[in-house]
Structures are given as C-alpha cells and as structure tokens.
Design a protein around this ligand. Structure first.
Ligand SMILES: Nc1nc2c(ncn2[C@@H]2O[C@H](COP(=O)(O)OP(=O)(O)OP(=O)(O)O)[C@@H](O)[C@H]2O)c(=O)[nH]1
Length: 193
C-alpha cells in the first residue's frame, strides 16, 4: 500500500507492565519484540512515519510521566501538533493491518475515531489545539482515554473481530493470544467473536 500522507503511526510503549511482570514491549512475538511487530503493522497500514512513545533512546519520552496512555499521546502530539495520528498500544499483537487501514480510511473521512471494541487503537486528526487540551487534562488528573475521546466527539466505529483487540496485559492473556495466533478459526469461536 502507498504511504498515507500526513498520518504518523504511534506505538504507545511507556507503561509499567505491572500485570505482566516484565516489559511487554520486549516480549517476543513471531520472532521479534512486540514493539517491532506493532511498528511493522503501522508501516504496512501505510503510515507515513512511525514513532514510539517510551522513555528510551530514539523514542519520544513523556513530558508528564506516569500518567498512562494519555501522557504518551500528549508527548507525541506536542512533537508534531498538526498532523494526523494512528495510535496503537504495544500490547495488542493480533491487531490486523486491515483493521488499521480501516481506521485510517474512517479517520480521513470523519476525523477522530476508534473501534467500539476498544479506545485503542485510535485515530486523531490534526488539530493544533489538541496538545494543550491534553495537557490540561493531565494537569488536573483526568487520565481516562475514553473521556478524552468522548470530549473530542470521536466516532465509535463498528466492525473488527473482538479477538483482534485482545489486550495482552497478563501472562494468561499472552498465552491466549499466542494460541489464537496459532489456531485463529477455532479460538475466535471459543471467545465468542
Ligand atoms: N508513553 C506511555 N505509554 C503508556 C503509559 N502507560 C501505559 N502506556 C501504554 O499504553 C498502553 C496501555 O497500557 P496499560 O496496559 O493500560 O498499562 P501498562 O502500564 O502497560 O500495564 P500495567 O502496568 O499492567 O497497567 C500500552 O501500550 C502501554 O505501554 C505511560 O505512562 N506512558
């Protein structure tokens, strides 16, 4: 697929991974760290560039640390405020390129959006006021991503298989994702998607 001009892919990877007990971004998925897997998916979806939100060399570190995903999104938006962003969490290995492309297409037509299954991934369309709006929320401790998306009147999209949004927050969820990856047909039915 051709690049989608103006859309920057973002992998959020600055969380504490407390429930997993080790850094989720570095878990091995199909022979590479999860972080690289998600980066590759964003490239394949046609993002013009891909950045990582994380306190590490070459990444964009949070300006408001330990504030959760919104803190990471804020730092990235501050770095390039007037472009469109496709934001993914590092812990959804089953997100498909097709789903990400669908989000980009909807975002380009309608602006801010996400799938009903989950607030992440989400598409944020370029608005120079967004970084300051986010900073205000972070300063007052309003850290819920859903609240932010609702305040933006982001569109909730139908579609997508629930299994694709499996959040691998715990070792048990990781085992489940690995099993789904190995036998998608059977296990998708099993979890009711
Ligand atoms: N940049 C950044 N990303 C974050 C932060 N907190 C969470 N994330 C990312 O946001 C996504 C969802 O995070 P969660 O699963 O809710 O939190 P987590 O910290 O990764 O995991 P727990 O410690 O188990 O809650 C993941 O991709 C995280 O890496 C943060 O403070 N800064």
């Amino acid at each position: 697929m051709q690049d989608t001009p103006g859309v920057i892919g973002v992998v959020l990877a600055g969380g504490g991974s407390r429930r997993m007990g080790r850094d989720k971004a570095l878990l091995e998925w199909r022979g590479q760290p999860l972080l690289d897997h998600l980066r590759a998916r964003l490239w394949a979806a046609g993002c013009q560039a891909v950045v990582t939100s994380r306190a590490a060399p070459g990444c964009i570190a949070d300006l408001y640390p330990d504030r959760g995903p919104l803190g990471g999104i804020h730092a990235v938006l501050r770095s390039r405020p007037a472009v469109d962003y496709l934001v993914v969490p590092v812990d959804m290995p089953l997100l498909s390129v097709a789903l990400l492309r669908g989000l980009i297409a909807a975002g380009r037509d309608h602006g801010h959006c996400y799938y009903r299954h989950s607030f992440l991934p989400c598409y944020l369309s370029g608005d120079p006021a967004l970084p300051e709006r986010l900073a205000q929320r972070l300063r007052r401790g309003d850290l819920a991503l859903g609240g932010f998306l609702r305040a933006l009147r982001a569109r909730a999209l139908d579609g997508g298989d629930a299994a694709a949004f499996l959040n691998t927050n715990t070792p048990e969820a990781w085992r489940r994702a690995t099993a789904l990856d190995a036998a998608p047909q059977t296990l998708c039915k099993e979890i009711g998607s």
